[in-house]
Design a protein around this ligand. Structure first.
Ligand SMILES: O=C(O)CC1=CCC(=O)O1
Length: 96
């Protein structure tokens, strides 16, 4: 099951920079492990924003929910999730 997830990161101005740097490091490792597994298929920075657009490929809504809630930056994020399905004009066999 494919999902588009838009994540906007809002870090409070009074947050401790050292603590946030540690959380961002954890976030990167968590994200890259999921990308290697194929569950986090794509991630793009939204130009000019502390935000990303990502594509997830998961087995269920519940799996996506659990992956997103486990993001180290989750407490600082706003998210929008949309379900995707294959476009009839797609030439990519792995779009499903
Ligand atoms: O910087 C972001 O957009 C938040 C984020 C998600 C995965 C990651 O590595 O950073």
């Amino acid at each position: 099951m494919l999902f588009k997830v838009e994540m906007v990161v809002n870090i409070p101005l009074d947050a401790d920079p050292a603590v946030m740097d540690a959380i961002k490091k954890q976030e990167k490792e968590y994200s890259q492990n999921l990308q290697k597994s194929g569950k986090w298929r794509h991630i793009w920075r939204v130009a000019g924003q502390y935000a990303n657009v990502s594509i997830f490929d998961v087995e269920s809504n519940e799996e996506l929910h659990n992956l997103l809630l486990a993001l180290p930056l989750y407490p600082y994020m706003e998210m929008k999730v949309e379900a995707l399905c294959r476009h009839p004009s797609s030439i990519r066999e792995d779009d499903r």
